[in-house]
Write a protein that binds this ligand. Structure first.
Ligand code: SAM
Length: 236
């Protein structure tokens, strides 16, 4: 369970009303039951529920059982796509160890409405489910060119479905261990030619292929992250 509170031995901490409902109504937990806790900075704790009502819950951390993991340095830049696909990408990217999710607007984005609070909630639940001790940050949606203009030089690998780029696995093997990386996937309609040209002009960008088939944006996001995690780790 993620708690946005300092975790210290014996110091009772409140859970949110939503978490109270989840623990009591969904998980059928009761006062006295054990729960695992993390807050993104104090490691993982074994705790015990001391109070559980319909919309109120408090928990006492009893002992730390894992030290804190560092936040992953790798990032996912995902073009704004339909809500269900965004939700799914946020969940799967969290499971695959991403550190930052940056929604971007591209020329063919069919929406500019991205509910980052909702994506943050999905990322938190996915972090709880998969046992990681950090929740990825979800940045405010921004135009792709603005994100690129402010870029810090981290290698940015871009999914190109036009069969014009070398395989992602080749580019991923060339990344230095322990060096951050980022993965960018376009929207349902793909990147415009001018956008790809602009990306290729930037020294930190490598356009890459995931094979001869055109993948849905969410499939490409997930497949790319799996390749990058396997070959380059989480960027720390
Ligand atoms: N509009 C395009 C078309 O029909 O030709 C398809 C765009 S695809 C649904 C969305 C995004 O997924 C692309 O912009 C790209 O970033 C990524 N993608 C899809 N297939 C890919 C592949 N085989 N290799 C690399 N990236 C891919």
């Amino acid at each position: 369970l993620y708690l946005d509170q300092p975790l210290e031995e014996g110091q009772e901490v409140p859970a949110t009303p939503g978490q109270a409902h989840y623990l009591g109504g969904v998980m059928r937990r009761a006062p006295g039951d054990a729960v695992l806790l993390f807050n993104g900075s104090d490691g993982e704790w074994a705790g015990r529920i001391v109070l559980l009502r319909k919309d109120r819950c408090s928990i006492i951390p009893e002992r730390q059982i894992r030290p804190q993991d560092p936040a992953p340095a790798c990032r996912l830049l995902m073009a704004a796509v339909k809500r269900d696909a965004m939700d799914w990408m946020a969940e799967k990217a969290t499971e695959l160890g991403i550190g930052l999710i940056q929604p971007v607007l591209t020329r063919r984005s069919i929406t500019d409405r991205v509910n980052t609070a909702r994506l943050g909630g999905i990322a938190q639940e996915a972090a709880e489910q998969c046992g990681r001790l950090t929740v990825p940050r979800v940045a405010a949606v921004a135009p792709l060119h603005a994100v690129l203009d402010a870029w810090d030089g981290t290698p940015l690998l871009v999914g190109d479905e036009r069969r014009e780029s070398p395989p992602l696995a080749v580019a991923a093997r060339a990344l230095q261990p322990g060096v951050p990386w980022a993965w960018l996937v376009g929207p349902e309609g793909g990147f415009e030619r001018a956008e790809l040209d602009d990306l290729r002009r930037r020294a930190f960008v490598s356009t890459t292929s995931l094979g001869p088939r055109i993948l849905r944006a969410e499939t490409a996001a997930l497949a790319g992250l799996a390749v990058l995690q396997a070959l380059a780790g989480d960027g720390n």
